[in-house]
Design a protein around this ligand. Structure first.
Ligand SMILES: [Zn+2]
Length: 151
């Protein structure tokens, strides 16, 4: 048993020098094919060469940024979630309902928590304008009908 193991180890010990001697012809088509097969579907870091997951945006070995577009997209998603319609924005929506509705349309898909308050403020602004307009027209009519003494 022991002799056999030693014998096997001895053979294995002798193999590395042989592989080193073969090193100059490492790029035979057969070896290239074998390397490609072994690495099929694997991704490697361009910075350190370590194996990484497909689609990874940061190398787990050296922390190199692999996919700036994916990172920017992730940051955008976080910013979208954190975005809020502040008081100044809603005031603008109220006094300029058209701009409020434009803001609603621009934000409804990615930032619904911003879009909905904009729509509310724009709607309130529209109603407020309508009431103001109706009140003004009514006031003019009343003055024309009953207020001739004013002029
Ligand atoms: Zn790396």
């Amino acid at each position: 048993m022991n002799d056999y193991q030693y014998g096997t180890q001895g053979q294995q010990m002798q193999q590395p020098p042989q592989q080193q001697q073969q090193a100059p012809v490492v790029n035979t088509p057969e070896q290239q094919r074998r390397v490609r097969a072994a690495n099929a579907g694997k991704r490697f870091c361009r910075n350190c060469g370590g194996e990484i997951q497909a689609g990874a945006s940061v190398c787990i070995h050296c922390k190199a940024v692999l996919n700036p577009v994916a990172i920017r997209r992730a940051q955008e998603i976080v910013m979208d979630r954190q975005a809020k319609a502040d008081r100044a924005m809603l005031r603008k929506c109220f006094f300029f309902p058209k701009r409020g509705m434009a803001l609603y349309k621009a934000n409804i898909e990615r930032r619904p928590q911003v879009a909905e308050p904009c729509k509310k403020a724009a709607t309130a602004g529209k109603i407020f304008r309508g009431v103001l307009m109706a009140g003004t027209v009514l006031a003019i009519l009343v003055i024309m009908r009953y207020g001739s003494f004013l002029f």
